[in-house]
Design a binder for this molecule. Structure first.
Ligand code: TZP
Ligand code: MG
Length: 216
């Protein structure tokens, strides 16, 4: 890799796939989101075999091309198999120092955090960005916990020097406040993959995010 780490500084909308919720399928969702201007895609797949995942990940990698960062959720083996740009891992997944040793310095590692202390520890241990979760209550991840609210985003943002990506219960109606409260980027899974027009939904989210962040 890559100069793709540089893209982390200019993120707006961040697509996370969900084949269980998707109306048109993961590949279609990725295609439409990237066509709409999305510059980071996380392949999050909980229901397929490793073989199926490797095949699908390889297709997603080609859709992302040079324009969008391509990360794999949890599965460092799948990320390595297709030479993805990196991984997104949670507090209960592979410890980040071991993930870094396996993946090398150039790959991107994102870590889910829930509070300031986890965020500070994530930066200290070499995460390239944090996913702050969940901002609002969400039915998409059953064990996500209760929404922490937008005020907490500022506290986390002020405590660290790596990008903060907000996730959990975010949609077109509430995304402005998420960015105005300090998130660099945000994920909206159900709001996007359950919509009839993923491309239009992504474009509209990107427009609000850019306007809210002054990056218009
Ligand atoms: N991690 C924390 S909350 C969440 C994940 C994967 C689900 C977010 O989905 P939605 O539909 O945007 O609330
Ligand atoms: Mg995980």
């Amino acid at each position: 890799m890559t100069g793709k780490k540089d893209l982390l500084a200019v993120l707006d909308f961040y697509l996370v796939t969900d084949s269980g919720l998707s109306k048109k399928g993961t590949l279609s969702d990725v295609q439409e989101a990237v066509a709409a201007g999305c510059r980071i895609v996380q392949y999050r797949e909980k229901n397929k075999s490793t073989k199926e995942m490797v095949a699908e990940a390889s297709q997603i990698k080609s859709i992302c091309g040079a324009d969008a960062i391509f990360l794999v959720n949890d599965r460092i083996d799948v990320a390595l198999a297709v030479d993805a740009d990196g991984v997104h891992i949670g507090q209960e997944d592979m410890p980040i120092d071991i993930a870094r040793a396996i993946l090398g310095a150039d790959k991107i590692i994102g870590l889910t955090v829930h509070n300031i202390s986890e965020a500070i520890e994530a930066e200290r241990s070499g995460a390239d960005y944090v996913g702050l979760s969940p901002i609002f209550d969400t039915a998409t991840k059953s064990d996500a916990g209760t929404g922490i609210g937008t005020e907490r985003i500022k506290d986390v943002k002020n405590a660290i020097n790596i990008p903060v990506v907000a996730i959990g219960g975010i949609n077109k109606q509430n995304c402005r406040s998420v960015i105005e409260n300090g998130a660099d980027s945000l994920v909206a899974i159900s709001a996007v993959v359950c919509s009839d027009d993923v491309k239009r939904e992504t474009q509209e989210l990107i427009a609000v995010i850019k306007s809210a962040s002054g990056r218009i």
